[in-house]
Design a protein. Structure first.
Lengths: 91, 163, 126
């Protein structure tokens, strides 16, 4: 019997595992770009976690946080990549 | 008249839709404010935008979106199997796709589409030679990949934007 | 949740599990694949699709609840994620190729060389 509550529980476990794998890549590297990618993925997975938490508590209060995370994660990743490419963020 | 107030009709529409979606369109006041934003944002940001080609044919565009959505889902499944399966069987490769289109905006769109469809990430658009550099996760036959990208994505895009 | 019809509940539950599965697959790809450019494939696509499915599930879930109207917030996040994913991938790939080229040829390159190296990477994998 698959209802929403059990689905959310399963999803929490799966995403928790995904987060652990991201942290592994973040710590292991080996290159800076790998770490940036891991950070970016961590951010997106955090959005997934927030959305799931919203469903499990039946509250819409977390959307703004998820949206902000999406925006800031993207801007941060772009800034880091720019820095690697140019040695400078704003030319 | 319309052109003066809405120099970018599509951008205005996008802004309005985004506003409606973010606020859940809860009240008439919010809707009106969204309309105001749709008017103001394109006017204020006008100097930043490159000239996009006019969207000429909406129906092929919708069909392309459908195909694209389906491709994302089905091809993700393929990549999922590659990721779990034995890694030594992967043959990652750089593939150069010669482009027929000559419009920077459409080329960007094509690059994004290629990046979102699994198995390929576009890395660079060479605007001197008009070549799209693509990295493929598993491409035992690069020529087939080139043909697939050209037939499946470039041709419809060229048709939609008539360039 | 009792007011939700069984069909929608199944759909939401299935979307949640599928989405989480794809998120996990993306991270497995990130952790497991052998080099950076192959690693790039997992998170940009599987994760985006997974989060997309979760957001869709959330939109359906909140829209079918009796106490509120339609919930469309999620579509904004979805739209944003699908727009930014290719850009992030593109910039990361460029940064990686740039760093590899730099590591190969030492530090003393001029800007012109750098431009050339970025537009024509010979075999950055090898």
């Amino acid at each position: 019997m698959l209802n929403v509550n059990t689905a959310v529980e399963i999803a929490f476990v799966l995403i928790g595992a995904a987060l652990a794998l991201n942290v592994y890549r973040l710590l292991r590297g080996p290159d800076t770009t790998d770490r940036i990618l891991a950070l970016d993925t961590l951010g997106i997975n955090a959005i997934a976690l927030l959305v799931l938490f919203g469903i499990s508590t039946a509250s819409t209060a977390y959307f703004e946080a998820a949206l902000l995370l999406a925006l800031l994660g993207f801007v941060g990743t772009v800034a880091l990549c720019k820095f690697l490419l140019r040695g400078d963020i704003i030319e | 008249m319309m052109r003066r107030f809405f120099p970018r009709p599509l951008l205005s529409l996008t802004v309005l839709l985004l506003w409606v979606v973010i606020t859940n369109a809860a009240s008439l006041g919010l809707l009106l404010f969204g309309g105001l934003l749709a008017l103001a944002v394109p006017l204020v940001t006008r100097p930043f935008w490159p000239d996009p080609p006019r969207l000429v044919r909406p129906w092929p565009a919708l069909r392309f979106l459908g195909i694209f959505a389906l491709d994302i889902v089905t091809a993700n499944w393929r990549v999922a199997r590659l990721v779990i399966g034995p890694l030594h069987r992967l043959s990652p490769a750089f593939v150069e796709v010669p482009l027929d289109l000559r419009d920077p905006f459409v080329a960007t769109l094509l690059a994004s589409v290629v990046s979102l469809t699994p198995g390929t990430v576009s890395i660079d658009v060479d605007r001197q030679r008009w070549i799209l550099l693509v990295h493929a996760l598993d491409a035992p036959d690069p020529q087939a990949l080139v043909r697939e990208i050209k037939d499946r994505y470039e041709k419809p895009l060229k048709e939609i934007f008539a360039c | 949740m009792s007011t939700m019809s069984t069909a929608t509940e199944y759909a939401v539950a299935a979307l949640i599990v599928l989405g989480a599965l794809f998120v996990l697959l993306g991270s497995i790809g990130l952790a497991r694949l052998p080099d950076f450019l192959t690693r790039l494939h997992g998170p940009t696509k599987a994760t985006t699709l997974g989060v997309g499915a979760l957001l869709l599930a959330s939109a359906i879930f909140f829209s079918t609840r009796p106490d509120r109207g339609v919930s469309l917030h999620e579509l904004a996040i979805l739209f944003f994620l699908f727009i930014t994913a290719p850009v992030t991938a593109h910039l990361l790939a460029k940064a990686a190729l740039h760093r590899q080229a730099k590591a190969r040829d030492g530090e003393q390159r001029t800007t012109a060389d750098r431009e050339k190296a970025r537009s024509a990477p010979e075999s950055p994998l090898g």
